[in-house]
Design a protein around this ligand. Structure first.
Ligand SMILES: CCCCCCCCCCCCC[C@H](O)CC(=O)SCCNC(=O)CCNC(=O)[C@H](O)C(C)(C)COP(=O)(O)OP(=O)(O)OC[C@H]1O[C@@H](n2cnc3c(N)ncnc32)[C@H](O)[C@@H]1OP(=O)(O)O
Ligand SMILES: NC(=O)c1ccc[n+]([C@@H]2O[C@H](COP(=O)([O-])OP(=O)(O)OC[C@H]3O[C@@H](n4cnc5c(N)ncnc54)[C@H](O)[C@@H]3O)[C@@H](O)[C@H]2O)c1
Length: 272
């Protein structure tokens, strides 16, 4: 959002967490500069528009829009929205990047459910082309329009969907990934070969296990629990996924998941 010109307040729980965020932004800017999508000056301008905060009240007291992206946990999201409702000006729109939680339930923690809306980005957000906008039961047309405008200014296409478990995208990808997980657990093929088959045979940019590591296995587990609760037997929480998360193997962000990123991995991604 800083690249297309917005002033951004980035808030996280500690300086260490903030620095991780800034390091991620640097990596992305470097890739864009290398690919000549951005000049050094554009990158510098984007950097100068981002200010870090570790206190939520200070971060949001004078903003026009909040995009929340804390871990996928309903109690935590509700606590944050309760605070956002108290700390922001009354006209501010409060968006959540939740992958599958009920936007309507998150909105119930505020006194302004009309201004609460889903703004679902995709990883890596600077590259992926869609923002899925989720209309909660009370979300106003104005809130939807603001998110459309902001997304378009960030170069994204949008779709507006109803607030059902998993919306369109997480529901669809869950079906695909959970079936691949069953294929793995049945011993039909290795994770590497399933990933290769899906990439080369079906032309997906990433196989299910490399994508799961990329998204983060903790986020995957939270999301799959929600899918099972809503849709029952059509989905089930994969035990292999649960065990990896219990062991602290969260994918790329912890160095290990379905693959080990601490060693130079014979990468299974297709290089041109
Ligand atoms: C198995 C477990 C089962 C459990 C079931 C659980 C179910 C629950 C499901 C819920 C999931 C929720 C998910 C979430 O809410 C929504 C998501 O985010 S879903 C994930 C969406 N993302 C994808 O699907 C990504 C797929 N991958 C790709 O598109 C590509 O691989 C890639 C990441 C773009 C990388 O492309 P490559 O060609 O491989 O690599 P390159 O390095 O050449 O990059 C291409 C191009 O992109 C630029 N780039 C890449 N990354 C970044 C970045 N971070 N920042 C900036 N730019 C980047 C790169 O520079 C290249 O640019 P170019 O040179 O081409 O101009
Ligand atoms: N990972 C993905 O690919 C992806 C894609 C789309 C949407 N999402 C959604 O985005 C949200 C975040 O997911 P993630 O995978 O980035 O999680 P993550 O755990 O990797 O990152 C969450 C961030 O929130 C910070 N945080 C925790 N508590 C906070 C608080 N009280 N105040 C401010 N910051 C706090 C953490 O320090 C961390 O930086 C989830 O709702 C997830 O479903 C994730």
């Amino acid at each position: 959002l800083a690249t297309p010109g917005y002033q951004v307040h980035l808030c996280d729980v500690s300086e260490e967490a903030l620095n991780k965020g800034f390091a991620g932004i640097e990596k992305s800017l470097a890739r864009f500069i290398k690919a000549k999508h951005l000049s050094e000056q554009d990158a510098e301008d984007a950097r100068s528009r981002i200010t870090g905060f570790t206190e939520l009240e200070k971060a949001v007291s004078d903003v026009d829009l909040v995009v929340e992206a804390v871990p996928e946990n309903m109690e935590l999201k509700k606590r944050i929205f309760y605070d956002l409702d108290r700390f922001t000006k009354p006209e501010v729109i409060l968006a959540t990047n939740t992958s599958e939680l009920s936007v309507t339930a998150i909105a119930s923690a505020t006194k302004r459910p009309r201004s609460v809306v889903g703004m679902h980005w995709f990883n890596p957000p600077p590259v992926m082309r869609l923002v899925e906008i989720v209309r909660g039961v009370d979300t106003s047309e104005e809130a939807i329009e603001v998110i459309k405008k902001v997304s378009e200014r960030a170069g994204k296409e949008t779709v507006v969907v109803k607030d059902v478990q998993g919306f369109v995208t997480s529901r669809a990808i869950s079906a695909h990934m959970m079936e691949c997980m069953k294929i793995l657990e049945e011993g039909v093929a290795s994770a590497e070969d399933i990933d290769k088959a899906i990439r080369l045979g079906l032309n997906y940019p990433m196989g299910p296990f490399e994508l799961a590591d990329y998204v983060g296995l903790d986020t995957m587990l939270f999301a799959s629990e929600g899918m099972v609760e809503a849709y029952g037997d059509r989905f089930r929480v994969p035990q292999t996924l649960r065990k990896l998360v219990e062991a602290g193997h969260l994918g790329r962000k912890s160095g290990k998941g379905f693959y080990d990123y601490t060693k130079e991995r014979e990468t299974v991604s297709v290089k041109k």
